[in-house]
Design a protein around this ligand. Structure first.
Ligand SMILES: Nc1ncnc2c1ncn2[C@@H]1O[C@H](COP(=O)(O)OP(=O)(O)OP(=O)(O)O)[C@@H](O)[C@H]1O
Ligand SMILES: O=C(O)c1ccc[n+]([C@@H]2O[C@H](COP(=O)([O-])O)[C@@H](O)[C@H]2O)c1
Length: 191
């Protein structure tokens, strides 16, 4: 079985922090591959606040480049909306019987995890990796052995900071992969 971690996100835009998380997971756990799963919309966020999902997916593909450990996936973009992670994970499991799926989330998402649809089922059926994030203290009950907090370097970059900085006229080229920066400039995104 190929151990595959699903890293879903809005990725608006994908940034070097996301890639650091995915890199860490592949190198310091038994995970073989990370799939960056572009979500049409986070069910807990306001609708229509993010850039068109096709553009976000294009940037995710550019970000992966030739890294064989990582893939950008548009699987969720073809599911009925709203896309809940439990539906995505179970559909992936049905579609890829040669893979064992887990879920990678940032600590901010673990703090609201009990608001996710069927979160108990996710915990019961899919291992969860939590990447630490400054300002979000993670507590995992003893009775959840399949939920693991990664002992990894903190990365304090967010898409919000990048979007706001671009809007404010700043050159943010080192916060995103080079090809993503070119795409943002060419398409005049976040201005
Ligand atoms: N710097 C980071 N450290 C840890 N986890 C992160 C970091 N950036 C993003 N994540 C996690 O990556 C996933 C996708 O995040 P998302 O696309 O929302 O990025 P973001 O930078 O948090 O964006 P935004 O600022 O728009 O909310 C989420 O699970 C989020 O918790
Ligand atoms: O399934 C849910 O109920 C659910 C609730 C909140 C967030 N999620 C997913 O978590 C991922 C991370 O969200 P975000 O906005 O932090 O990038 C994204 O793929 C969302 O669809 C999923």
């Amino acid at each position: 079985m190929i151990k595959t971690a699903v890293f879903s996100g809005t990725f608006n835009p994908i940034h070097v922090g996301h890639l650091v998380l995915a890199n860490y997971l592949c190198e310091f756990t038994d995970v073989d591959e990370v799939w960056l799963m572009v979500s049409p919309l986070n069910p807990l966020k306001e609708p229509n606040t993010a850039l068109d999902s096709k553009l976000r997916y294009e940037m995710a593909k550019l970000a992966i480049d030739d890294d064989a450990r990582l893939s950008a996936s548009d699987f969720e973009l073809h599911l009925p909306q709203p896309t809940y992670s439990i539906k995505t994970l179970t559909a992936l499991r049905d579609n890829y019987p040669d893979r064992e799926f887990s879920l990678l989330i940032g600590a901010d998402n673990w703090l609201v995890f009990d608001q996710w649809k069927d979160y108990q089922q996710i915990i019961d059926e899919f291992p969860i990796w939590i990447y630490p994030r400054a300002g979000f203290e993670v507590k995992i009950p003893d009775f959840m052995p399949s939920v693991k907090l990664l002992s990894a370097p903190l990365v304090e970059i967010s898409s919000t900071f990048i979007r706001q900085s671009i809007t404010g006229g700043h050159d943010m080229r080192r916060f995103v992969p080079e090809e993503v920066w070119k795409y943002i400039k060419t398409n005049r995104l976040y201005l």
